[in-house]
Design a protein around this ligand. Sequence first.
Ligand SMILES: [Zn+2]
Length: 183
Amino acid sequence: MAGLNTRLAADGRLLGHFPYPEAPAASLVTFASGLELREEAARQLLAMQRAAAADGVQLTVISAFRSLALQRHLFFVVGAERNQSPEERARVSAPPGFSEHSTGFAVDLGDGRSPQTNLSTSFETTDAYAWLKANAVRFHFRLSFPAQNRQGVSYEPWHWRFEGSTEALRLFEPAHRLSRNLP
Ligand SMILES: [Zn+2]
């Protein structure tokens, strides 16, 4: 499959995913029940939810920061339960140490009025997705895995990363460069 490398690529990617460090615990804030992000990302996300609500759109947060331990479970245990090879699993979930969620700067978003589209490509048909396409950039959020992305990761219209701080920009620069096809 194009773009999906089965060994560590020269740019450090594993199965298409770039390496990311786990956010230091002290850098995380709990912004909703069971959900943590870096402080600035949380602040902007809450502002984005309020702006969406003012436009009649119900943006919900499905997942935010995920620890290495949780990512390990999602990749290896859930992958095994679903009878997936590492290559198959990596199209829908990053290996531990290679998830944007571990940075505390990435979220999975849903439409509160169409929960059946959660974590499905059909999320792209919702009012929430249309609103995000038009407005997320004002809150420094960018779609990480558009259709046919150069990382070879499955299209994830629900997964958005925060790029509104120097540290976030630095962490996501390799992914950004690849998406622009720069050397
Ligand atoms: Zn995600």
